[in-house]
Ligand binder design. Structure first.
Ligand SMILES: C[S@@+](CC[C@H](N)C(=O)[O-])C[C@H]1O[C@@H](n2cnc3c(N)ncnc32)[C@H](O)[C@@H]1O
Length: 362
């Protein structure tokens, strides 16, 4: 799998890339600081409280061990991150003047979500979520483009918002030409490593929920580990599987290029979802198919200083038709989860929508 960076190789982009690496590198220290804050507070409590919470104090020690194990994976991915974009973004290693780039303020959360996303996409524990979320899409692609009627390698499928790449990888593994697109560098750096450089099944162990301090029945549940990758991502010929780095709205503009666009937990990532729908329609070939599964958890809704609109599914269906699609299938109420700790007292489950739309044959 190769990765293409889109846009100009500006100093700003390179600095952002280095800040992401720097944020990854700060994970160990920042996460330990957060545990130490709890320890400090514990030490300030009345002595009998401290005594009764002895076990919790020991738990905090063990949480640190898990953070260290998560952190051990980071130098491995950072070391290889420089080779990602065919050397576009990273012509050589960090130069001396660039060692002072800062970390990103929201960065620690992003590193933590990468560990959860590794569970979803590349661990055996994530198989249930993948079955709920990815299988309906894959089965629909196989139904729309069966091997008896199509040369699978000539069917090109785009997966915008590809996350850690498992859905795109699964589609490519079935013989289709598949391209994932993702703009989050934290995801891209980790997916690049998993897809290109992981050599053995279950080579690594991470603790996806070690930062989830609430709703645990036992400390062991917080310390639950997963191994990855659950399969060895077999290299497929480059023409069949690739990832692009950049904003879907900026990377894709060529009309009539794709046979299929598959979106999973993606369309609600737009400030204006209509722009996503229009672009999907524009880049699909005549008769091309858009397959979507996910909720409408509009990401920018109520985010301070961000613009956002949040049309209901009913309104979206009207928009989809106005843009020029025919909705061929539509289901509601698909029980789906996203990076869920199965042991937590708090369980989120979406009643997702699944639909299949076709662009008119011109
Ligand atoms: C909720 S996640 C879903 C990831 C994956 N499809 C899955 O189901 O696990 C949405 C993904 O879309 C990416 N994303 C959001 N807006 C994007 C955009 N405009 N261009 C490219 N990727 C985007 C995010 O970084 C994130 O990885």
């Amino acid at each position: 799998m190769h990765c293409e960076a889109n846009g100009d190789n500006t100093t700003e982009e390179r600095r952002y890339f280095l800040s992401v690496l720097s944020t990854f590198e700060s994970y160990r220290e920042q996460s330990i600081i957060r545990i130490e804050r709890r320890e400090k507070y514990l030490l300030s409590l009345p002595p009998d409280h401290q005594l009764w919470l002895k076990r919790y104090n020991e738990d905090l020690e063990n949480f640190k061990k898990c953070v260290h194990k998560n952190a051990d994976f980071i130098p491995i991915i950072v070391e290889n991150a420089y080779t990602i974009f065919d050397n576009i973004l990273c012509s050589d290693n960090r130069s001396h003047s660039e060692t002072e780039v800062g970390t990103l303020s929201e960065g620690l959360d992003k590193v933590q979500s990468v560990f959860k996303q590794l569970m979803r996409d590349w661990s055996s524990l994530g198989a249930t979520e993948r079955k709920q979320c990815y299988n309906p899409i894959i089965e629909e692609i196989e139904f729309q483009f069966p091997p008896e009627k199509f040369q699978l390698k000539d069917v090109n499928v785009l997966v915008p918002g590809a996350g850690l790449g498992r859905l795109a990888f699964e589609i490519a593994s079935r013989g289709y030409s598949c391209q994932g697109n993702e703009f989050n560098l934290f995801m891209l750096i980790v997916s690049f490593y998993v897809l290109n450089l992981c050599k053995k099944v279950n080579e690594f162990t991470v603790y996806p929920w070690i930062h989830q301090y609430c709703n645990n029945l036992t400390a062991e549940q917080q310390m639950m580990s997963v191994t990855f990758p659950d399969v060895r991502p077999m290299p497929t010929p480059e023409s069949k599987f690739s990832m692009t780095a950049g904003d879907f709205l900026e990377v894709y503009s060529i009309p009539n290029e794709w046979d299929c666009v598959a979106t999973c937990f993606f369309i609600d990532c737009a400030a204006n979802v209509v722009q996503f729908i229009e672009l999907i329609h524009h880049i699909l070939k005549p008769n091309g198919v858009w397959i979507n599964l996910g909720p409408l958890l509009y990401h920018y809704s109520d985010v301070k200083y961000e613009k956002s609109i949040e049309p209901s599914f009913q309104v979206l269906c009207e928009v989809i038709k106005k843009v020029g699609f025919t909705m061929e299938k539509s289901q509601t109420g698909l029980k789906t989860r996203y990076c869920q700790n199965p042991m937590s007292m708090l369980q989120y489950e979406y009643n997702s929508v699944f639909f299949v739309c076709r662009k008119s044959p011109e």
